[in-house]
Design a binder for this molecule. Sequence first.
Ligand code: B12
Length: 216
Amino acid sequence: MTDQYVNLGEAIKKGDVETGVSESLLLVERGVKPIEIFSECIEPTLAVIGDQFSRLEIFLPEMINSAEVVKAIQNEFKPLMEADQETISKGKIVIATVSGDLHDIGKNIVKAMLEVNGFEVNDLGVDVETKTILKSARDADADIIALSALMIPSLPFVKDVIDFIEANEEARSRFKVMVGGGPVNREWADEAGADGYGDDAIEAVDVAYRLIDAPA
Ligand code: B12
């Protein structure tokens, strides 16, 4: 992580919302793109926090405080990213964090990047059941269902959506499924039968273009 991100990283670790927001806005003023701030500072900082949590060096309240800083930054960045948005729809995407999983920081970045790149995104939120995801995809006439999972126990719920689509001819012919999030990797996605996997929000956009066969 470069020096320009030290203060922001510290603010996230300390759970200091005010400094976190002001530091990230300062970076934007200096010309750093919100997506770069996420990939170069916020994501690696959260990875360190997650590791500290799993080693019992910090506990849930600290992890919650750090997440609060990041959520506040996401709120500040929302209008900035919306201003960049393309107006012609490249395709419709329904996105959700699967059942039992409340993590949405990564999903929200993926959503914002897809929107900036011209996709219409219907965000179903977190802890969304398979049947709700399928119903919403049908109602929205979606091209792609995008699933996020951050915990190992969430993986069967991702697989559940894929299996349902596999078993249902009408759904199979209508929807492509792309997956991502911490415990998901390319190998797991292939084995589970997903149509696409993205390691980060930038790759999510490439995968979405590929799945709907749209020119980038
Ligand atoms: C912040 C955080 C929280 C916050 C969540 C706040 C929120 N609104 O999201 C809070 C504090 C609430 C929380 C709670 C819990 N958490 Co938590 N959390 C994290 C932490 C530190 C960071 C996650 C994050 O936001 N990363 C940053 C984002 C940007 O990265 P990302 O989500 O991976 O997303 C990127 C890519 O994966 C990809 N992507 C993501 N989704 C998608 C979707 C598609 C379609 C595509 C293509 C790509 C894609 O693009 C994104 C952008 O680049 C992780 C540690 C870690 N290493 O991930 C633990 C972690 C995920 N949490 C964990 C745990 C255990 C919990 C709790 C069970 C703790 C507890 N005892 O209560 C609860 C679970 C609550 C629940 N039922 O979900 C574990 C999961 C362990 C496991 N592997 O199963 C982790 C890994 C920590 C650890 N090392 O132990 N957590």
